[in-house]
Design a protein around this ligand. Structure first.
Ligand SMILES: [Zn+2]
Length: 44
């Protein structure tokens, strides 16, 4: 399983996944080495 190595496939949005290792964003968590779901940010 390879990670995107910092290259985001998608824009960072709530419900998508961000790699804790390299910071890449993807809709599919299996594209990332350490996926973490992006939460909605309530505060502005
Ligand atoms: Zn990664």
């Amino acid at each position: 399983m390879t990670c995107r190595e910092g290259e985001s496939e998608h824009k960072s949005k709530p419900g998508r996944y961000k790699c804790k290792g390299c910071g890449a964003v993807s809709k599919q968590k299996d594209h990332l080495c350490k996926p973490k779901q992006i939460k909605k940010t309530a505060k502005k």
